[in-house]
Design a binder for this molecule. Structure first.
Ligand SMILES: [Zn+2]
Length: 77
């Protein structure tokens, strides 16, 4: 049975020269930026202000800056 998905994953789009209009609805004035947590990283993705479609343009993420868990292989070296 398929689980109900509350927040669908962003659709991956390939940027040719520029991505400033929505591939879904054609809205032409850019995107909202949003973040999704992935462990200790934040993944950046785009939301169309008009149709709310979510897009990702590839790997675009950065660390949250939170301390990582204690790791004896690194911390006791
Ligand atoms: Zn749109």
């Amino acid at each position: 049975m398929r689980e109900k998905e509350k927040t669908p994953s962003p659709e991956n789009v390939r940027v040719e020269e520029e991505l400033s209009s929505c591939p879904r609805c054609g809205y032409e004035t850019g995107f909202h930026v949003a973040f999704r947590r992935r462990v200790r990283e934040l993944v950046v993705f785009l939301i169309c202000p008009s149709c709310s479609a979510r897009f990702s343009v590839g790997e675009w993420n950065f660390p949250t800056g939170e301390p990582r868990p204690y790791d004896p292989t690194i911390d006791d070296a």
